[in-house]
Design a protein around this ligand. Structure first.
Ligand code: OAD
Length: 246
């Protein structure tokens, strides 16, 4: 962790006040306090479930029903969760900053529900379905889908509109995230293990383009030592402090 003169909240508030362009990268940690499991921490999904059986194109091709059961189960958990004060603080920050971009690795939709407007979902959205035959995309917000695997109106098999291991990110979304990172005066990195690329690469991108980077995380990550400020705090502790006036 780098030394800073004042308390972390005050330091970041000063950066934000001077910034005309702010970018934020969020990960599963911001939704942890809403009751949604993370992937790698204690209780993390990848501690119990094997990604290669559930969240890869090969897994889906082999057993779409199994893959869908897992996504359906996660939809049920997410449907009962509410956005927390961390999500709300980012929505409020967006209203105050001239240029603001929120890139999220989360597929849960809690940033939308908290009122954020410019959201780049670099790993997709669990409420979106995409036809594997005709590529049509649609939204279905039912917590539990009645028929698994779901079908498109063309008869094709539908898949979750999320990015799986081994797949590329949606190109337009990703290039907008890269642009925002390069243009940012300040980047906030919240609740991500910063292990999954290319998303984690936004941190280095922003920093090498001159942004001040603050990490908010309950644990150390691979980017903790390189960022300008590594704030060891939970999202709901830290983020609301950034929108206080002093
Ligand atoms: P991870 O589960 O890898 O990391 C969650 C991070 O959140 C960890 O660094 C925790 O220390 C931190 N954390 C936990 N609770 C927190 C809290 N209350 N406040 C702040 N930080 C907290 O989740 P991601 O980094 O999002 O990909 O994982 C990246 C990608 O890996 C996901 O998008 C997903 C997964 O495989 C896809 O689904 C494509």
């Amino acid at each position: 962790m780098h030394a800073f003169q004042s308390d972390p909240a005050e330091t970041v508030r000063e950066w934000l006040a001077a910034a005309s362009s702010v970018a934020v990268l969020t990960g599963a940690g911001i939704s942890a306090e809403s009751g949604i499991p993370t992937f790698r921490g204690p209780g993390g999904l990848w501690r119990t479930y094997r990604a290669e059986y559930l969240a890869t194109p090969q897994a889906f091709a082999r057993d779409p029903h199994l893959s869908w059961e897992w996504y359906n189960w996660r939809r049920g958990i997410i449907a009962t969760a509410e956005p927390n004060t961390g999500h709300a603080a980012l929505a409020e920050l967006e209203r105050r900053v001239p240029s603001f971009t929120l890139a999220t690795q989360n597929v849960d939709g809690l940033h939308d529900r908290a009122g954020s407007r410019r959201i780049l979902k670099v790993h997709g959205d669990i409420w979106t379905l995409r036809c594997t035959a005709c590529t049509r995309e649609w939204s279905d917000r039912r917590p539990s889908l009645p028929e698994l695997p779901p079908k498109c109106e063309c008869g094709g098999l539908a898949r979750p509109g999320v990015v799986w291991f081994g797949e590329g990110l949606p190109e337009d979304v990703w290039s907008a995230a890269v642009d925002a990172a390069r243009a940012a005066d300040v980047l906030l990195v919240v609740g991500t293990s910063a292990l999954v690329y290319p998303a984690a690469g936004l941190v280095q991108l922003a920093q090498s383009a001159g942004a001040k980077v603050a990490e908010i995380n309950v644990a150390e990550t691979p980017v903790s030592a390189m960022v300008d400020l590594s704030w060891r705090a939970s999202a709901t502790t830290a983020l609301p402090q950034l929108i206080q006036s002093a």
